[in-house]
Design a protein around this ligand. Structure first.
Ligand code: PLP
Length: 380
């Protein structure tokens, strides 16, 4: 779907590795993606190796050694502030890849136009450190800059992008129209793979920008590449009642394995394998015989699903089921591949779930098995 939008619009579709960077998954995306959006050197190296193609890097600030390495292989390097640009300009402009045009330099700007509802994910909130507001560009020497970049959306539709682009155009249209600007990166947050996303509206905006401003247009969604592609399978370790609540302790943690459940916060879809988990296949996707858990009180048995950690708030939520949960039952948490696997920690030394790929022929291939040495080795 993302590839189709790219083909129909002439825009280039990158994978934001911050959302999803499981290498086995990148191998699947590689034929469809134009390259990667990287948050710094490590993601850039990962993308160059596992996706190939275009490497676009944006970081709020660069270290000199990091930048020196990026200059050797990145295709876009975008700067977040006027001081960052001024600090690194000379180093960058002296590099042969910049002089030949193989590597282009850009600025992340802030159109100060919010369309989101969650402040944590809104780079346009008052006081934001992300991107340069229009008034800060007055009088700045922009020679050597050939790209503009904004990222403001989060799980949003084409209409929000159109509105944002119009706000951006009002403030930065003259700069965009100047011959020095050769690319525009529209960031991520485009929920293009959602069934009701207005893809024709997106395609028409992208075409309009390309034709009117004669720039290469890039999008760098993360979530949209991986949404609904993975589940987290957990096992019930204990069930008990306390202070008026039925608790089920799972072998996974919101804090360590799915921090967005606490940070965003959001409530994942939860499925239960009916009986005691015995005979359940290693991986089974929702919709294949699993019962979706209800809101608290909606079904006969409500449980607070919690983690085996010390953090009092390490709770996934309250869910209700048709039958009582039992030790060893399997709980499946849906949509756990984007912004989950990349954010995991070994908090409390909770064993880390393996990463497995369900192949098209039904085979389950474990691509990463975590053990004690991963826990010990992480902390030196
Ligand atoms: C600069 C930038 N580009 C792309 C993305 C990817 O956004 P999403 O995964 O919502 O598509 C993000 C997310 O934070 C971002 O900060």
């Amino acid at each position: 779907m993302l590839h189709e939008v790219a083909q129909a619009s002439g825009a280039r579709m990158l994978v934001a590795l911050k959302a999803f960077s499981t290498t086995a998954g990148l191998a699947v995306l590689r034929p469809y993606a134009a390259g990667c959006c990287a948050s710094g050197l490590y993601e850039a190296r990962l993308g160059a190796r596992h996706l190939g193609g275009h490497v676009a890097v944006y970081s709020p600030a660069y270290r000199e050694a990091e930048l020196a390495e990026l200059l050797e292989f990145a295709h876009h390097i975008d700067f977040n502030s006027v001081p960052q640009w001024q600090r690194w300009k000379e180093l960058c402009l002296a590099h042969p890849r910049v002089q030949s045009g193989e590597l282009q330099l850009g600025l992340r700007i802030n159109p100060c136009f919010s369309t989101g509802h969650t402040a944590l994910y809104d780079p346009c909130v008052p006081g934001s450190r992300l991107g340069i507001p229009a008034e800060q560009l007055h009088g700045v020497d922009l020679s050597g800059i050939s790209g503009l970049h904004f990222h403001t959306l989060c799980e949003q539709g084409a209409a929000e992008l159109v509105d944002t682009f119009r706000a951006f155009e009002k403030q930065f249209g003259a700069l965009l129209a100047s011959p020095q600007i050769r690319y525009l990166n529209l960031g991520g947050g485009h929920w293009i793979t959602k069934p009701d996303y207005d893809r024709p509206a997106l395609i028409s905006l992208l075409r309009e920008i390309r034709e009117m401003y004669r720039v290469e247009v890039f999008l760098e969604p993360g979530e949209a590449w991986a949404i609904h592609t993975g589940v987290l399978r957990a096992r019930v370790l204990d069930v008990f009642e306390s202070l008026g609540y039925r608790h089920a302790i799972l072998d996974v943690s919101a804090s360590a394995h799915m921090p967005d459940v606490l940070e965003m916060p959001y409530r994942p879809d939860v499925y239960a394998v009916s009986a005691s988990g015995t005979g359940a296949p290693a991986v089974q996707l929702p919709g294949e015989g699993y019962a979706l858990a209800g809101e608290p009180g909606e079904r006969a048995f409500t449980y607070r699903l919690g983690a085996p950690t010390c953090l009092a708030g390490d709770v996934i939520g309250d869910f209700s089921f048709d039958a009582p949960l039992q030790v060893d039952d399997i709980i499946v948490l849906d949509d756990m591949s984007h912004y989950t696997v990349v954010k995991t920690t070994h908090f409390n030394g909770v064993p880390h779930p393996d990463i497995a790929v369900l192949q098209a022929d039904g085979r389950v291939e474990v691509v990463k098995r975590f053990g004690y040495t991963d826990f010990e080795g992480r902390l030196g």
